[in-house]
Design a protein around this ligand. Sequence first.
Ligand code: ADP
Ligand code: MG
Length: 387
Amino acid sequence: MQDPHVIRDAFAERFGYHPRLIVRAPGRVNLIGEHTDYNEGFVFPIAIDREAFVAARSRPDTTFRVYTAQFDQEDSFTIDQIERRPDMPWANYVRGVVKGILARDLPITGADLLISSDVPLGSGLSSSASLEVAVGYAVQLLNNINLLGEELALLAQGAENSFVGVQCGIMDQFISALGRADHALLLDCRDLSYRPLPIPPDVRVVVCGSGVHHNLGNSGYNERRAACNEAVRLLRARMPKISALRDVSVASLTANADLLPPTILMRARHVVTENQRTLAAAAALERADLVTFGRLMNESHASMRDDYEVSVPEIDLLTELARAVPGCYGSRLTGGGFGGSTVSMVTISAVDGFVQEVAAGYLAQTGRTADILVCRPSEGVGRATAV
Ligand code: ADP
Ligand code: MG
């Protein structure tokens, strides 16, 4: 947890006056429901207690000055002319959000912003969404604009899609805006309806970063999306009413498997079974049945590894080490894959042992250090303490 007083003082030192407000927006981890978002299916994330903070004060002109402690860099632009900055990639997340607010004809003035985050960058915990949501919320509060959480999430996602150029789904921004403390959110990516379900107080969500990031992640992601679209196109020969894999049941996929080439069938099978698992996992959590929840996490991992083929040996190893620890209910790859992190559900009394065993086993077998975070499900975007 970062100290808002330190952030307030850093703002004062940089800009010469105190901020008017400080907001925070969390990163996230998805418990189950992977690669289902762009198939209009279900995801089940929590917001985590790692957050982007933005300290902010309005300016009387149209200039934005934006400083990030992460890179020790300052960007500056005016709202009449917001262009992409190829030389400073991080600035585009901020510029995109401000541009998105202006595109909605919402009246704003310039502002000074200071960003400080303890969400690890580029580890699959969605530092980008937390930054976008925090910036959007800060600008909204400074200008007395009333945006619903859903609108803020869509605006932030739009900034990442069209301004930064990353084709992410809505999950990350949605949970960063609307997460609820001690709950996971079952989110329907088709209509954005959602249901918070409590995480029992005696478990922790543990994220293990593999330290592996494959460059083929981007092309692999695009290929998977294309395969899903192709599956829908081919299945429509007999199921003309479907518009996404969300509309296909396990039984109807099995009955129509002959329509699909082997690889496309594997990709579709992951998505169709993952939707079913995600709904089953939410039902299990509703009755506090962590054993079933953990089993579904393990099955989800097997499906990502064998049918969707987005795991890597280091991630498989992390899940195996996790499951070998008594008190771990289940473990799986979280996020897009090709490296990244695993997520595990661990009973509280076993967490210390879990961290030691997994870290030691991973180091012994790969020579790499696992980056392990013990998370609590946290509240979505909001104000940090008064300044
Ligand atoms: P992830 O969202 O999984 O952390 P991304 O590649 O989507 O990974 O986003 C990481 C990028 O977001 C960083 O490289 C940087 O450009 C931007 N970013 C995130 N947090 C900050 C921050 N606190 N300050 C500046 N830029 C940030
Ligand atoms: Mg991101």
